[in-house]
Design a protein. Structure first.
Length: 194
């Protein structure tokens, strides 16, 4: 039975979204095709009706995961009187640390990205630049592009390390120190109270 074009696009979108979550939770190589399709509610055989290869779904799922992260950052920053502090509190939190499947794709998948095709690395390049653009817009006007890059690197690196350790107290300290470093430096630079 043939499905309509609209239904085929909906099925593909559902597969990409399910894959995005699974890849963030377990990495690109930690999930097989059968599991990807099952998570989306399809049979294993449905995969090749939607995608040419696993590399294609990896690329699309990565783009979606990174775009989700950018959307989350915009939402957090846009409603805050101090966008950088709000973003640091959101991103460098225990709740975000614990949300592997829904959390930041930069922290979840950057270590795997170099072993993927150029499409994934291009998606990461765009995702990094989009995140940097948000930071550049919310950092004090005297901050440089390098400051935005340093803040992004601090945030992603801290989240990655906080997720990696089995010591919960160390994990919390990593997040707290990174958050304080960012907010103290740039709140002071903007003339806001620390």
């Amino acid at each position: 039975m043939r499905v309509s074009r609209a239904q085929a696009l909906s099925n593909r979108r559902r597969s990409v979204t399910a894959s995005s979550r699974l890849f963030r939770g377990r990495g690109y190589d930690g999930v097989g095709l059968m599991e990807l399709m099952k998570a989306a509610g399809f049979s294993h055989g449905a995969f090749y009706g939607q995608f040419e290869s696993k590399a294609e779904v990896i690329s699309e799922a990565t783009q979606e995961a990174l775009a989700d992260g950018v959307g989350n950052w915009r939402a957090v920053a846009s409603g805050a009187s101090d966008p950088l502090t709000a973003l640091a509190r959101f991103y460098l939190s225990i709740g975000h640390r614990n949300l592997l499947e829904e959390g930041c794709a930069l922290a979840a998948l950057a270590g795997d990205a170099p072993r993927q095709g150029p499409e994934v690395r291009e998606a990461f390049t765009k995702g990094i630049n989009d995140h940097l653009g948000i930071l550049a817009a919310i950092l004090p006007t005297e901050a440089s592009e390098d400051d935005a890059l340093r803040v992004l690197s601090t945030m992603v690196g801290a989240l990655l390390l906080a997720r990696a350790t089995a010591d919960d107290e160390l994990s919390k300290r990593i997040l707290d120190v990174a958050r304080a470093s960012i907010t103290n430096e740039f709140s002071s630079a903007a003339g806001r109270p620390k």
